[in-house]
Design a protein around this ligand. Sequence first.
Ligand SMILES: [Zn+2]
Length: 101
Amino acid sequence: MHTPGPWTIDDTHKYYPQSCIRYNGVIVCQLPTMASTLGEAQKEDRANALLIAAAPDLLEACKRLLASTGDACGVIGYPHDEATCSCCAARAAIAKAEKGE
Ligand SMILES: [Zn+2]
């Protein structure tokens, strides 16, 4: 079970040179870029941090999506295209987050 959300980005660099993701003040993960790093790598790290911080919310949203649709495409014989199905994408994202699949 992962650390519960919400997760927030800490860019204060008060105790560590790297930015980090926190839950209730506790570090969930640290980013690789040093505070002195400039340019595109820093922008990419910031974008990665935003995505990581949103992960618990995204996971919950995927679960709610499947619950609200009744997991319709999981019904045998339900016609749909797995390559473009949002339910299949949500189910795959949940499996990736919870089982590493
Ligand atoms: Zn589907």
